[in-house]
Design a protein around this ligand. Sequence first.
Ligand code: TYM
Length: 338
Amino acid sequence: MENEKKVLYSGMQATNVLTLGNYLGALKNWVKLNEEYDCYFGVMDLHSLTVRQEPAEFRKKAKELYATFVAGGLDPKTNCIYYQSHVPEHAYLGWILDCFTYTGELSRMTQFKDKSAKHADNVNAGLFTYPVLMAADILLYQADLVPVGKDQKQHLEITRTIAQRFNQIYGDVFTVPEGYYGKQGAKVMSLQEPTKKMSKSDENVNSTILLLDDKDTIIRKFKKAVTDSEAEVRYDEENKPGVSNLMNIYGAITGKDNAEMEREFAGKGYGDFKMAVGEAVADELAPLQSRYRELMTTEKAYLEECIKENDARASHTAMKTLRKVRRKVGLTDIPDYH
Ligand code: TYM
């Protein structure tokens, strides 16, 4: 029964060309947890508007992301996979929560600072209130658990702060969510500059593994990955960031811990190690890639049907929370809002 399970909520920006970081930090954990929870996964298209988008390309990307969630192993009949913009309650609650969030709190967000520096010509108000919309996403569904990569930790913390502040004034309106970060893979680093996060916007193509990269490309990129001159597979983030990042990736896929990996590659060179990581990643992604191709060619109608059903399901839950919030803050009833 739906109500017996706890609620899990997460999502990704609609403009992402997904990287191995998105996969290991988020999607893989969603798949692992999805049967245990009542799940909502959003294609976060409103968040993507904080950066200028080319409309046709944007629409296409949002559809591709939806299909990627399904291809990764989330059944859209049991998981509510939907577009954020199809449920206007997100933006509505976002506005209300803006009025419960301090500008001082938002100006401390490291992503805001980073993105403002990157897009200095377009530091818009949406970029500033981005975390409040994210809080609205999560709180609308009364989520207990939010599996994300470590780069989202600060956003999750402000979500908790906003929920607690609101609850303190109005009683228990929102569930205060917990973050979920995998032991390995919660922060996948660039293959070329392993002290920097792996990110799709990296200009060096060898830094990033894309989810749809073919096997040869994946192996080639791992072969070129920056390591060190020690030739010893040993976990040491500070002094061996490249090797530690590869161990993190390998561990997140195989489930092996650092000691096991160190034993496995004892006495072997980095060549063998990189090859093993490349093979593991390529094998892991192969089923997702072939399912993705099927969905994008022969199963478009099936996806459309799922989108429709899930829009209705997401709206139902979102309206329920918003109705409560509207009443609590003292807005007058909308006669036909159900
Ligand atoms: P986004 O779209 O940037 O990233 C999607 C997910 O991928 C994770 N991730 C990584 N994990 C490990 N290593 C990396 N190198 C890496 N790069 C990205 C992110 O942590 C994230 O889990 N603000 C969010 C989207 C969002 C959201 C939400 C998430 C909007 N509303 C509500 C959860 C709940 C974002 O921009 O993620």
